[in-house]
Design a binder for this molecule. Structure first.
Ligand SMILES: [Zn+2]
Length: 288
């Protein structure tokens, strides 16, 4: 009975099994020789089996019993058979090992963090990834359009392994405060840094918020100037369009202007001529 068994199904009342039902249960799960042996050693219920330390102990004694000798032989054969079957199964499993079969493991087991397995750079990558994600998720809470804290700009991460290979981490914020990070299952927890950023103690966050506010007001001013310019440009365009749709009116204006100009020129010329004749008048007369 050194081999172990996997029970795909156990009846709910398994602990209450006794007599014939118990015998049938042992026969179907272990085999007939085991069922006969238990019957022989007076184990006739599950409760009796549970308090029996070793049902095979009977073979350690020199007992003259033909039936027992028969059981011993059949049990040995049955056990040998099972051991061989188990060995064959193990060999097959090791030959058929396929790494992709790992993906079929339940997610909880596959993704369960393994303590001390992450390298320093992996720990750092993990921390930076979480800070990045947190910024994205919380930018609206800070009323920021862009919120992206950068390593070595907004903070400095310090991660090291102590003498027991346990990870220790801290973050130095740009406001000069040092925040010690906790850990869970030997994985760094960044929550202390988030708490600091949300607290009024962080001057760096105040600066980020102020800078964003200033940028917003500049953008608003720019957009209002742009609005005025656009409106002005639109009114000019509408004037041009107005002129374009009434060419006759334009022509009339032009013509009247031209005629006025020509009249003026003519009258000026006349006047000039008149004045010239007036000027030349006396000289003419003087010549005569
Ligand atoms: Zn800070």
């Amino acid at each position: 009975m050194s081999t172990s068994y996997t029970f795909d199904y156990l009846p709910i009342e398994v602990l209450q099994l006794r007599g014939y039902d118990f015998f049938q249960f042992i026969k179907s799960t272990l085999g007939e020789p085991e069922a006969h042996l238990l019957n022989k050693v007076a184990v006739k219920s599950i409760s009796a089996l549970l308090i029996t330390e070793d049902p095979l102990d009977i073979f350690n004694y020199d007992v003259e019993d033909d039936e027992l000798e028969k059981f011993e032989e059949s049990l040995k054969d049955a056990l040998k058979k099972r051991v061989n079957e188990a060995l064959t199964r193990t060999k097959k499993k090791s030959f058929n090992f396929n790494p992709s079969s790992i993906s079929s493991l339940p997610t909880t087991i596959a993704t369960r963090p393994l303590p001390n397995r992450l390298s320093l750079s992996e720990h750092k990558e993990y921390v930076l990834k979480f800070i990045n994600k947190w910024c994205l998720e919380n930018k609206e809470n800070f009323e920021l359009e862009n919120f992206d804290l950068e390593e070595n700009v907004d903070f400095i991460v310090n991660i090291e392994l102590d003498e027991n290979s346990d990870v220790r981490a801290s973050i130095k914020c740009k406001c000069n405060k040092l925040i010690l990070l906790g850990k869970n299952d030997n994985k760094i927890q960044v929550s202390n840094y988030y708490k600091h950023l949300q607290s009024i103690a962080c001057d760096h966050m105040k600066q980020i918020k102020n800078a964003a506010r200033n940028l917003k007001s500049i953008q608003q001013q720019q957009s209002s100037i742009a609005g005025i310019l656009t409106a002005a440009a639109q009114s000019q365009t509408s004037l041009i369009q107005f002129s374009a749709v009434s060419p006759i009116a334009t022509q009339e204006t032009f013509d009247s202007n031209t005629s006025t100009l020509s009249n003026q020129v003519t009258s000026n010329g006349k006047r000039r001529l008149t004045s010239q004749s007036k000027q030349h008048g006396p000289s003419k007369r003087s010549r005569i």
